[in-house]
Ligand binder design. Structure first.
Ligand code: CO8
Length: 374
């Protein structure tokens, strides 16, 4: 019989810079007032809508977010720029996202007690890659001196869980021995800092995990992957239209629809029931109920979504120990959110304890793993 597949290590890297709600709102409101002043006539004539003001209190109440890490802070709070200022690197230099990925990868390798030569597959999975080719994963593979193969995959907020799913299947099938899954979420270049409804949502971070056969795992905290489950359902409610065809479309790359935009209320209403159904069905596969789960590493987009989902599952409010929240300081980090929650909150679990890792977001896409502490 084949040995089970496990997560044997995890890694996290966060940028040196952060932005509080207050800082962000001061900059946005100054920008909005300047915009409204500059376009006074057009606004009065009904040709343009005035920019509404933002508020730090609203942001914390509506989302639970208090601050976010950003890869580069320069430019974001400059009301004449309203986007990060990230200098372009030479082809000979390591690219920004590969550098972020390397930090998290090294941390994960250390925690899994693995050397680069032990790895035979690298997957870089995130919401955006800064270029299409050569793959970031191959750049990271090269930088670490890993043999084997590497590829990138994009599944928005579920990129990390879907990549873990791939890794699990490859190790199960014997096509890989030890897989390094990395999520360098560089979201800030795609945030519309001029949009009151979404300027506060995202943060930058990188996470990583090592997946291997239980036979070879020798780290301190090993989690058996009992199973994985994925589902997608097409929705236009979370969208970004920037892509390689934009240049041929002769469109403005700065237009709001080219950046992250969403119908937040609809997303909330549609995704929460989908996530509840998905998780219940996944646990039922193992004859498990929600009360058998000791830890919920849920996607970190909005605290009210997490509260609603876990209440529906448990019929009660979970404690912060049961369902940790990291979005207060990290904000929504696309696919990395549930992995950060795992990274920061798994060491206290006892042998046999079950945990549920789940992401939900754009696509729509939902991915989950049922894990058991060895
Ligand atoms: N400040 C003050 N007031 C505000 C603000 C603000 N910043 N924003 C909205 N308001 C006002 C509105 O005008 C509205 O006023 P009124 O009632 O008078 O019309 C009121 O506040 C309520 O507005 P909403 O109904 O829009 O506010 P919500 O309570 O719904 O909260 C949220 C907005 C926080 C966006 C919420 O809807 C939400 O979180 N929804 C879920 C969204 C979600 O999870 N999306 C996931 C997207 S991420 C993803 O899938 C990954 C994509 C890839 C990564 C992208 C990287 C860039």
């Amino acid at each position: 019989m084949t040995s089970s597949v496990v997560i044997s290590g995890s890694g996290l890297w966060k940028p040196d810079h952060s932005i509080s709600n207050e800082e962000l709102v001061i900059a946005y409101n100054a920008y909005a007032e300047q915009f409204n002043q500059q376009h006074k006539l057009a606004i009065e004539q009904g040709e343009l809508k005035p920019k509404p003001l933002s508020s730090a209190e609203f942001i914390e109440k509506a989302s639970g977010i208090k601050s976010r890490y950003v890869y580069v802070k320069d430019g974001i709070l400059d009301i004449d720029r309203m986007r990060p200022s990230i200098p372009e690197r030479l082809d000979e230099e390591i690219s920004d996202q590969a550098e972020m990925a390397l930090h998290a990868a090294r941390d994960a390798l250390k925690s899994a007690n693995k050397r680069p030569e032990d790895i035979d597959v690298v997957i870089v999975a995130c919401a955006y890659t800064q270029r299409s080719y050569p793959a970031l994963a191959i750049e990271v593979q090269g930088a670490l001196g890993i043999k084997g193969f590497a590829f990138d995959m994009l599944v928005a907020c579920s990129a990390a869980t879907f990549a873990l799913h791939r890794a699990y299947e490859m190790v199960t099938a014997g096509t890989a021995k030890t897989v390094l899954v990395i999520n360098p979420e560089l979201t800030s270049p795609q945030v519309n800092y001029c949009d009151r409804d979404s300027h506060f949502i995202f943060g930058d971070v990188a996470t990583a995990m090592v997946i291997e056969s239980a036979d070879t795992a020798d780290s301190e905290h090993v989690f058996e992957i009992m199973s994985t489950k994925a589902v997608t359902q097409y929705s236009n409610n979370i969208r970004s239209n920037f892509g390689y065809v934009s240049r041929a479309n002769d469109v403005d790359p700065f237009a709001a629809d080219k950046l992250f935009h969403q119908e937040g209320r609809k997303v909330f209403k549609e995704v929460c029931p989908m996530a509840v159904e998905h998780i219940s069905e996944h646990l039922a596969r193992h004859q498990l109920g929600s009360n058998d789960v000791s830890r919920w590493w849920l996607h970190q987009a909005n605290i009210n979504m997490n509260t609603l989902i876990s209440r529906k599952l448990l019929d009660r409010q979970p404690t912060l120990e049961e369902a940790p929240i990291v979005l207060d300081t990290f904000a929504n980090t696309a696919s990395a959110g549930s992995i950060i929650a795992f990274y920061l909150h798994h060491k206290d679990l006892q042998s046999g304890d079950v945990g549920l890792l789940c992401s939900f977001g754009a696509g729509y896409s939902i991915g989950s793993l049922v894990l058991k502490k060895r």
